[in-house]
Design a protein around this ligand. Structure first.
Ligand SMILES: NC(=O)c1ccc[n+]([C@@H]2O[C@H](COP(=O)([O-])OP(=O)(O)OC[C@H]3O[C@@H](n4cnc5c(N)ncnc54)[C@H](OP(=O)(O)O)[C@@H]3O)[C@@H](O)[C@H]2O)c1
Length: 328
């Protein structure tokens, strides 16, 4: 059994990887990955949901199997999110799966949409399939895989539940835990941390900053240290109650592919972003705005990059989550 379970665990890791490739590209839909296995646990196809309006991960994986003439070998589906059972822009994934010989389905997380939790799970079970959550897999990595699936869906879950996006705060600290870079520099983190920070940016549909950062740094807020999703525009929300942001900065931001706007109130901003279908908003601001999010408890997760005191040592990266219940 462990041989079989380890193949499911490997497949689940692959499904997570597929989904992660498109984090930041799927809004308002969540990122989802799917891997299809044959009866001995051989991978037949892997796929992800790439963009809203495109096929869901399960449908894309089944289509890949069909194209390769492998559909009759499908035995097990491994999916990061419960298959949908409703017709939206695309047909229900439960029915797509039931049109194949699939016998078993492993699910990372239940659909957090209030309309749907457990409905797809039940539909597949009623059709005679063996359906289980990945947390139930008899494998030592099962808890970690379930947590990763939970984190993957956390922004969609929060938006569905509260109408507001997942708020991820990115903070860079020097060796003395200060946030202000030395004169002329805009950062003090290592190239590895910069790449990590740009991956966080790629995964968000909106960036939130403050007028203080705009005036001090003239930041570009583009994704440069990793490849960006092709053609993706992001929102840039600037907290600025006194209207200090120069018009030229807003024009230049638009030319860089950012839809920039000024805001005076954090809760109202989060409501607006949620209404626009933003799943994740990245706070990249100075100490004033960062503290305002922390004090108002309007953040969900913080990634802190701290410069090591020893030259040449990697930065320390710490991820903090506000609510224990939201912990990945
Ligand atoms: N280490 C890092 O991670 C990091 C990241 C970014 C920037 N920085 C550094 O931070 C420095 C700038 O710091 P900062 O604190 O002045 O910048 P900031 O936090 O980005 O912006 C501060 C401005 O945002 C507005 N604001 C603050 N709280 C608000 C609220 N609750 N609602 C609406 N607007 C609000 C205020 O302008 P109004 O009063 O006009 O509303 C305030 O002056 C720069 O040196 C920059 O390099 C560091």
């Amino acid at each position: 059994m462990i041989g079989r379970a380890s193949r499911v665990a490997d497949a689940f890791r692959l499904a997570l990887e597929e989904a992660h490739t498109f984090v930041g590209a799927t809004a308002p839909n969540p990122p989802v990955g799917c891997v299809l296995l044959d009866a001995v646990g051989e991978v037949l196809a892997k796929a992800a949901h790439v963009r809203a309006g495109q096929p869901h991960a399960e449908a894309a994986a089944i289509a890949a199997c069909r194209a390769a003439g492998l559909v009759e070998r499908i035995h097990t589906a491994v999916v990061t999110l419960e298959p949908c059972s409703h017709t939206g822009r695309t047909p229900p994934c439960t029915e797509a799966l039931l049109s194949t010989p699939v016998r078993a389905v492993w699910i990372g997380a239940l659909d957090p949409h209030p309309r749907a939790p457990g409905v797809g799970f039940a539909r597949l079970g009623q059709a005679g399939l063996a359906v289980a959550m990945i947390s139930e897999l008899d494998h030592p990595d099962a808890p970690e895989l379930a947590r990763a699936a939970g984190r993957l869906i956390a922004p969609f879950a929060k938006l569905s539940r509260t109408g507001r996006p997942w708020v991820l705060v990115k903070t860079a600290l020097d060796v003395r835990s200060g946030m202000i870079p030395p004169p002329v520099a805009k950062t003090f983190t290592s190239p590895q941390s910069l790449a990590h920070a740009h991956r966080l940016r790629r995964g968000c549909e909106a960036i939130i900053t403050g007028s203080g950062t705009v005036l001090a740094d003239d930041p570009t807020f583009t994704v440069r240290h990793v490849a960006d999703h092709p053609g993706r525009r992001r929102r840039l929300a600037i907290l600025d109650r006194r209207g200090r942001t120069p018009g030229a900065y807003l024009d230049a931001a638009a030319a860089r592919g950012l839809d920039a706007s000024l805001h005076t109130d954090i809760p109202a901003l989060l409501d607006k972003l949620g209404a626009a279908g933003v799943l994740s908003a990245l706070v990249e601001a100075g100490p004033t705005v960062r503290q305002a999010f922390l004090d108002a408890e309007l953040w969900d997760e913080e990634v802190v990059f701290q410069r090591s005191a020893l030259p040449g040592d990697p930065d320390r990266v710490e991820v903090r989550t506000r609510l224990a219940s939201a912990q990945p």
